[in-house]
Design a binder for this molecule. Structure first.
Ligand code: NDP
Length: 444
């Protein structure tokens, strides 16, 4: 049994009932085999065993009172996975599906993603099984205050800097920051994705979606291609999906479908993003309203059908494992040329295999959606320097970072003899920097 196989076997044995964590670890470790072979010191220093074990896992009770005066209790999590190259950094997810396995898979991915940005940020992730959907503002505030009343003691501008993720947007970050500041009496960059009036950065809201399109555009450019005239489908209709749609449209693409967790809309004339933004950002409504408001569009209950719509580019931007093997086959049969992951781990291992065998361009999440955390790191830099950069400056830095990521993963895939395999390229390029730092720090 190889070193990688042994580490994976032990991980599965020691962390039972954590399928998402196993999935992410399998994807990462199996692609690292050629690097591990080249560096026997990794095994001697127990590097992989340490890499897959979080430095710290914090789990806590989050009690709060709902609008009916009833006491509610949720679970809170923060996994501080790896601080070798910088303070822990990664979002908070509020969604009923959240559990330790999901937070650990996200945290593990985050280490390599953050490394790929080229910025000094370690990996972490957190969240709760709290569902903000259908809650009043007061209930969301009560929950966020209770969550931060425990979390504050574990985070700090130089220790651990959380951000948003599914279910955690500007409103939630505001309530979390307010409570942190009240307890600590410190106005510092301890959370990113903050509002512009209290330390946020321009272009952070747009960053993940824009970054996803920038890296895809660079992959297209390398092949003499562009977004112009391309038919695109996007899953989700949240933060990442909306701004991916906006940037792709501005480059001449036609987005024909999007979804939320209830169903998808198909608009052969091209999605009207202002209608989506009004439904999702302003009214916090359901996507099916789009079909009532826009003539010629159609709503279908259930999400899976989205992947059967013929397209040139697919941008999964909702959640993990939304593309299974069957959906991947459908996409390929219908002529997809580029799949770039805006969401974290939206493709199953089987789906990734289908994409890679078909020879299409597949850009994995840790490279493709790194623009969000990269811009969070730019927000941290502005906070530390007490600065506020113009939109164009942040956007240019974001674009440069995404272009660099593309070339780094492309070069790594070539260097190790797997040209065009960007899963390997991203894992290897991200890992080497973290491994170097871990070796430098000794056994810690
Ligand atoms: P949002 O909460 O803003 O939006 C999530 C979207 O996905 C919503 O449309 C939601 O539908 C949909 N969705 C959630 N769960 C499911 C499900 N089980 N089935 C179908 N649709 C679902 O989150 P974000 O846009 O911020 O995040 C989306 C993805 O991008 C996540 O994987 C996240 O980890 C990743 N990501 C986000 C970053 C960021 O900066 N925000 C950075 C990097 C990655 P509904 O409205 O019905 O819930």
């Amino acid at each position: 049994m190889t070193y990688v196989e042994r580490v994976l076997e032990n991980l599965k044995k020691n962390n039972p009932n954590e399928p998402e964590f196993h999935q992410a670890a399998t994807e990462i470790l199996t692609t690292l085999a050629p690097v591990v072979e080249k560096h026997p010191e990794y095994e001697a220093w127990g590097l992989l065993e340490r890499f897959v074990e979080p430095e710290r896992v914090i789990m806590f009770r989050v009690p709060w009172v709902d609008d009916k005066g009833k006491v509610q209790v949720n679970k809170g999590y923060r996994v501080q996975f790896n601080s070798a190259i910088g303070p822990y950094k990664g979002g908070l997810r509020f969604h009923p599906s959240v559990n330790l396995s999901i937070i650990k898979f996200l945290g593990l991915e985050q280490i390599l993603k953050n490394s790929l940005t080229g910025l000094p940020i370690g990996g972490g992730k957190g969240g709760s099984d709290f569902d903000p959907k259908g809650k009043s503002n007061r209930e969301v505030m009560a929950f966020c205050q209770s969550f931060m009343t425990e979390l504050y003691r574990h985070i700090g501008a130089d220790t651990d800097v959380p951000a948003g993720d599914i279910g955690v947007g500007g409103r939630e970050i505001g309530y979390l920051f307010g409570q942190y500041k009240r307890i600590r009496d410190e106005h510092v960059g301890v959370l990113t994705g903050r509002g512009l009036s209290y330390g946020g950065s321009l272009a952070r809201t747009e960053a993940t979606g824009y970054g996803l399109v920038y890296i895809t555009e660079e992959a297209m450019k390398a092949r003499g291609d562009s977004f112009k005239g391309k038919t695109v489908i996007i899953s989700g209709s949240g933060n990442v999906a909306i701004y991916a749609c906006q940037k792709a449209q501005s480059l001449g693409a036609k987005i024909v479908a999007m979804y939320d967790s209830n169903g998808y809309i198909y608009d052969p004339n091209g999605i009207q993003l202002d209608v989506i933004k009004d439904i999702k950002e302003v009214k916090r409504g359901r996507i099916k309203e789009y079909a009532q408001r826009v003539k010629g569009s159609k709503y279908t209950e259930g999400c899976k059908g989205l992947w059967s719509i013929p397209c040139d580019v697919a941008l999964p931007c909702a959640t993990q494992n939304e593309i299974d093997e069957q959906s991947a086959k459908l996409l390929v049969e219908n002529g997809v040329k580029y799949v770039a992951e805006g969401a974290n781990m939206p493709s199953t291992l089987e789906a990734i295999e289908v994409f890679q065998k078909s020879g299409i361009v597949f850009l994995p999440a840790k490279a493709a959606n790194a623009g969000g955390v990269a811009t969070s790191a730019l927000e941290m830099a502005q906070s530390s320097g007490r600065l506020f950069w113009p939109f164009e400056e942040v956007d240019k830095k974001l674009k440069d970072i995404m272009v660099n990521i593309y070339h780094n993963i492309d070069n790594a895939s070539k260097e190790y003899g797997y040209e065009g395999n960007y899963v390997m390229g991203a894992n290897i390029a991200g890992f080497i920097k973290v491994a170097d730092a871990m070796l430098a720090h000794g056994i810690v």
